[in-house]
Design a protein around this ligand. Structure first.
Ligand SMILES: CC(C)(COP(=O)(O)OP(=O)(O)OC[C@H]1O[C@@H](n2cnc3c(N)ncnc32)[C@H](O)[C@@H]1OP(=O)(O)O)[C@@H](O)C(=O)NCCC(=O)NCCS
Length: 142
């Protein structure tokens, strides 16, 4: 992700995450911080997906992942997740972690099919929707 993608990524983020969407400033902040790697998926130059990780030593965290509604179900989310995973391995991480809403079945299906397992549950983490967060982790070594 480059600075000229940020406005389009933010528009997608607002559409996908509504009340919990990151602000424009959050994306700018992430791009400026160390230990972050953000990617976009492009279709004819148009941003159709995005994702990012933060790497802190052995652990890498998926910060965000999204695919435009009209483009979902075509393998873009899996490709982005694999790109994030490869980046985490490259940075020396041994585990990749993420948080996902307990009611987000499509995302959970993707993560579990990529080797993520649940390691914790945070009750009522997402407000105001009152939905639990699941903490998932994948082992990167080997
Ligand atoms: C989750 C998300 C990123 C997946 O991206 P995508 O491009 O649609 O996913 P892919 O086409 O790569 O599909 C990968 C797997 O996800 C699962 N999946 C995707 N869409 C699904 C759906 N509607 N219902 C159930 N499972 C689904 C399937 O396991 C699929 O594998 P398969 O095609 O072999 O069945 C996308 O749905 C999205 O942006 N959702 C809204 C934002 C979001 O929830 N982000 C994740 C926050 S943790």
């Amino acid at each position: 992700m480059r600075w000229w993608h940020v406005a389009d990524v933010h528009a997608l983020e607002q559409d996908l995450f509504t009340t919990t969407a990151w602000s424009l400033e959050s994306f700018w902040g992430e791009l400026a911080r160390p230990n972050r790697s953000f990617f976009v998926a492009l279709e004819d130059g148009r941003v159709v997906g995005y994702g990012g990780i933060m790497v802190t030593g052995a652990d890498a965290d998926v910060q965000t992942l999204g695919v435009a509604r009209g483009e979902q179900g075509r393998g873009t989310g899996r490709a982005l997740l694999r790109a994030l995973r490869a980046e985490a391995v490259e940075a020396g991480a041994t585990h990749l972690l993420l948080e996902v809403r307990a009611d987000n079945e499509p995302a959970q299906n993707l993560y579990r099919s990529e080797g993520f397992v649940q390691i914790a549950r945070r009750a009522r983490y997402y407000q105001p929707d009152d939905v639990d967060a699941l903490i998932l982790r994948a082992t990167l070594a080997g």
